[in-house]
Write a protein that binds this ligand. Structure first.
Ligand SMILES: NC(=O)c1ccc[n+]([C@@H]2O[C@H](COP(=O)([O-])OP(=O)(O)OC[C@H]3O[C@@H](n4cnc5c(N)ncnc54)[C@H](OP(=O)(O)O)[C@@H]3O)[C@@H](O)[C@H]2O)c1
Length: 251
């Protein structure tokens, strides 16, 4: 199951998994895009693709997704919690509903889907979960405060779960991408040409790294030299410096 499979990283995850002959359940709001992808992947790779349209900002949408798999007799062995978005601008001036929806999609839906599927995975002693966090999880992010905090939550949550499930046959991985060329900038209403996205990685490269980490059962994945460097520097530098750096990068 891949959430946010209608574009960007989710679409890249779907293509890679289809190539590896996984059957897929695709989740996002854009039903038309998911059906087009289903037709393409089924024709090209001879796999079964299920489309489960859902708005994960709606409370209990994750439960509807879980029930969809039950009704269709599907067992989820791999869960990729990828759907998410940001919002550019100061917290004082932001649209409250967008922040609320962000927390629902970036945090609550990830927790809820994980809660729905994890128990079954442990009982079957088989399962892999990949949660898409971000380089934003390394520090505080002025002018994207809720987004950075949501990704810090996902990294911490995933690391803790990875230890809880150790030895059960289930693994949990947090992927922490840096700037990646997807629909993210537009969805976050960022001014185009922000310093952050000038040397963005490709969605395919980041997704490849994420799937490799998932298959290896690694806890953390920092794709690319930029993210690896920022990870090290963010541990060495005082937080007063890292938050200023993040502020500059966001502009
Ligand atoms: N791009 C980057 O620089 C970057 C860096 C680090 C981490 N990330 C993370 O990577 C993940 C994927 O984002 P992306 O970069 O690929 O951006 P994207 O191209 O905008 O894709 C976001 C995906 O999330 C889905 N989504 C958004 N709101 C949703 C909702 N309410 N319900 C269900 N699905 C929803 C979108 O589908 P619909 O619109 O069809 O619903 C879309 O498929 C996110 O978690 C993001 O935070 C991105």
């Amino acid at each position: 199951m891949i959430t946010g499979a209608s574009g960007g990283l989710g679409l890249a995850f779907a293509r890679i998994c289809a190539k590896k002959h996984y059957d897929l359940v695709l989740v996002a709001r854009s039903e038309g895009k998911l059906h087009a992808l289903k037709d393409q992947l089924e024709n090209e790779y001879g796999i079964r693709v299920y489309v489960c349209p859902a708005d994960l900002s709606v409370p209990d949408a994750a439960l509807d997704v879980y029930n969809y798999t039950g009704k269709n007799g599907l067992t989820i062995d791999v869960l990729i919690n990828n759907a998410g978005f940001g919002d550019d601008g100061s917290f004082a001036d932001c649209d409250w509903q967008k922040q609320y929806d962000m927390v629902q999609v970036n945090i609550t839906a990830v927790m809820h889907l994980t809660h729905c599927f994890l128990k079954g995975m442990i009982e079957r002693r088989k399962g892999k979960i990949l949660n898409v966090s971000s380089v934003a999880s390394f520090c505080a992010g002025p002018d994207m405060s809720v987004y950075y905090a949501s990704k810090a939550f996902i990294r911490s949550f995933s690391e803790a779960l990875a230890e809880e499930v150790r030895g059960t046959g289930v693994t949990v991985t947090a992927l922490c991408p840096g700037p990646t060329a997807t629909g993210f900038e537009k969805a976050a209403a960022m001014k185009s040409g922000s310093m952050m996205f000038r040397k963005a990685a490709s969605a395919e490269d980041v997704a490849e790294a994420g799937i490799k980490a998932l298959e290896e059962g690694r806890v953390l994945c920092y794709p690319g030299v930029f993210v690896k460097t920022v990870n090290i520097l963010s541990r060495l530098a005082p937080r007063s410096v890292t938050r200023k750096f993040a502020e500059r990068m966001n502009h």
